[in-house]
Design a protein around this ligand. Structure first.
Ligand code: PLP
Length: 372
């Protein structure tokens, strides 16, 4: 009998990295640079080099990257921002916090925004388009960038789940005017607390975010605009600087795991597996299948000791937070998003899984459908 298979395995990561991380933290603690500091600047440089982008501003979260980013694209009260309804709530929350209106757009069956639907949602009030590279899979960036150019509407990419993901050999997050990333403990490049970063090729935007994250301070005693407290801790940056060295391997391992699942499950008619188009290089922050009888499969796997998840069980317009502010869409809208939300199931994909564990999970999925 194998032990239980957890969906994530942060404890294993912590144990494995304890020595080097404690060593780095010990040094920093004695140096006592807690808020801003060298490690933050090194982290920004590391990300610039990794993503091949001009500017990176380290922040306290992916959510603040989105909120500050939208603000700097000029999104204000009453403006509209187009985004998918099946993301993590933070994508939409960042729009709402600025007093703007989230305008949802349907998605493909791979969960990512459908560019043809974007066009239908554009109005005079559209100030930005926010595609989300959900599950670490790339959106159709050529079509999205063409829409951006044609209608002169800037793109802000929610790449919170997609560090290292590429579309036609270019990193996601570097296509739009602004790219936003999260370093939350559950993300592929993860801190030991909250963290995030914004990237851009635009110097003015980068400088403004730098000021806004730090009370709006320009230099010591000059405040040009009231800002926020959205800085990344030096301590989180130190951890990220150690972990970014391993990021390529983390991605490699996740891609191997994805291929193992695909190899084991490709002949099963009852599920649809994530499919990597020739234009994509996906990093599998999550491995999401579309499964017939999803809820029954989920509890079956749970009984067999296999933990799975659903990202996300409710579309954002079905949440109370949305309904108390905005009108619910008609039942015949968002056909794909509604259909797949009943089928999506996230299988464990983390870099600590063994080949045996993936085989066991695959076999149990096959058993479920054979006996169903
Ligand atoms: C995690 C996540 C965010 C928010 O990131 P935080 O760092 O937790 O604020 C935003 N969008 C998506 C798609 C995410 O997965």
């Amino acid at each position: 009998m194998l032990n239980k298979i957890p969906y994530i395995n942060l404890i294993k990561q912590s144990r494995e990295e304890k020595k080097e991380i404690f060593k780095a933290l010990n040094k920093l603690f004695l140096k006592s640079e807690f808020v801003s500091g060298d490690e933050v600047e090194i982290f920004e440089k590391n990300i610039r080099n990794f993503l091949k982008i001009k500017y990176c501003v380290a922040l306290n979260s992916g959510t603040d990257a989105l909120t500050l980013g939208l603000h700097l694209l000029g999104v204000r009260k009453g403006d509209e921002v187009i985004t998918p309804p099946n993301s993590f709530v933070a994508s939409t929350a960042s729009i709402v916090h600025l007093g703007a209106i989230p305008v949802f757009c349907d998605v493909y069956r791979d969960q990512n925004i459908d560019p043809k639907q974007i066009i239908k949602k554009i109005t005079k009030k559209t100030k930005a388009i926010m595609p989300v590279h959900l599950s670490g899979r790339a959106c159709e960036m050529d079509e999205i960038m063409n829409i951006s150019k044609k209608y002169k509407i800037p793109i802000i990419e929610d790449a919170a789940q997609a560090i290292g993901t590429k579309y036609k050999n270019k990193f996601v997050g570097s296509f739009g005017k602004i790219g936003c990333f999260s370093a939350h403990p559950l993300k592929n490049l993860n801190a030991i607390g909250d963290g995030g970063y914004l990237v851009t090729d635009d110097k003015t935007i980068a400088n403004k975010v730098k000021s806004l994250r730090n009370h709006g301070i320009v230099d010591r005693n000059k405040i040009s605009t009231f800002g926020h407290v959205s800085r990344m801790d030096n301590i989180q940056a130190a951890v990220l600087n150690l972990r970014i060295k391993k990021l390529k391997n983390v991605i490699k391992k996740r891609r191997i795991n994805a291929n193992l699942y695909i190899e084991n499950l490709k002949n099963l008619k009852n599920i649809i597996l994530p499919y990597e188009k020739i234009t994509e290089f996906n990093t599998y922050h999550t491995f999401v299948i579309l499964a017939e009888g999803r809820d029954r499969l989920k509890s079956y796997l749970q009984k067999k000791g296999i933990n799975t998840a659903i990202h996300y069980p409710h579309l954002i317009f079905d949440q109370k937070a949305y309904k108390r502010k905005f009108k619910s869409p008609k039942k015949n809208e968002f056909k794909v998003a509604r259909e797949i939300s009943k089928k999506i199931l996230t299988l464990p994909i983390n870099q600590y899984l063994s080949i045996r564990e993936i085989k066991k999970i695959s076999n149990e999925i096959k058993n479920f459908y054979q006996n169903d």
